[in-house]
Design a protein around this ligand. Structure first.
Ligand SMILES: [Zn+2]
Length: 275
């Protein structure tokens, strides 16, 4: 599943291949991935150039040279591949966008590609909480916002309102890093725990971006970077495996109907204070 680190990794990697080059070919394989006809979709993109790549939460946003935007929201099974010449992606592409020698392939049956005006895009992104890496989201603001919330930590982290871009994998890894059980009620967290939670969000997501995220699908031929964080994940989908810190085994719990992975020895009701 693509969460913030996977999309940010894509954003950083793709820039050098697809910016400032005219879009020459557009093929929409899955007509349901957008809200216009394949012809209208191709017509709106062909001949245009991308000036900038932006990420908001898990949305990848292409800034076109006519002021419009192309929003890409990858589905759970979504991925991107950037190929040279005739090179084919390791998946069935839902859409292809060709930039000279490079072709960007988009996977995921339910992935969404939407041409938007700036105003239309604003309507979509304003429903998201702050980006974990926005300068506005200071530790103080985070703690203030957290105090207004109620509910299980796991649900709050994946809810996109407190911060945008976190899904099941990083929610579990963040809770582990903060030393907090996924089931703790955020309204019960003390100041120390709230501060540690903020740090854990920044640290886990930052490390995951640097390591290339957790998607196993390569982004280009010979790619050894993408998915580099998979081996660093401590708890997510590691039930029964020894916790890397203490030797205790990772367990699974149900939080509001969702599976959460955690270590019963390293995670508490409040973040542990070491003297
Ligand atoms: Zn542990």
């Amino acid at each position: 599943m693509t969460e913030l680190p996977e999309i940010e990794h894509y954003r950083r990697q793709l820039g050098e291949w697809i910016l400032d080059r005219p879009i020459e070919r557009v093929l929409l394989v899955n007509e349901r991935s957008t809200d216009v006809t394949p012809e209208e979709f191709a017509g709106a993109l062909e001949g245009r150039t991308l000036l900038f790549l932006e990420r908001r939460g898990t949305f990848l946003i292409f800034h076109l040279d006519n002021g419009h935007r192309l929003l890409i929201a990858l589905a759970k099974d979504g991925a991107l591949y950037c190929g040279d010449g005739e090179e084919q992606p390791p998946f069935n592409a839902q859409a292809e966008i060709g930039f000279g020698e490079k072709t960007l392939y988009i996977a995921g049956k339910a992935s969404v590609l939407r041409l938007m005006t700036v105003r239309g895009l604003d309507e979509v992104v304003k429903t998201l909480g702050p980006d974990p890496f926005s300068r506005q989201l200071t530790p103080e603001l985070f703690v203030t916002q957290l105090k207004k919330r109620r509910g299980a930590l796991r649900s709050l982290l994946t809810g996109q309102k407190l911060v945008a871009g976190i899904g099941p994998r990083y929610a579990d890894e963040i809770a582990f890093e903060a030393g907090l059980l996924p089931s703790v009620k955020v309204q019960d967290l003390n100041g120390e725990s709230a501060a540690r939670l903020y740090e854990a969000i920044e640290n886990v997501l930052g490390a995951a971006i640097e390591a290339g995220g957790s998607l196993q699908t390569p982004l280009y031929a010979g790619d050894t970077v993408t998915g580099g964080y998979l081996s660093q994940c401590k708890v997510y989908e590691r039930e029964g495996e020894a916790c890397t810190e203490e030797g205790a085994k990772v367990e699974k719990m149900d939080v509001s109907g969702k599976k959460a992975y955690y270590c019963p020895q390293c995670q508490y009701e409040q973040t542990p204070v070491f003297s």
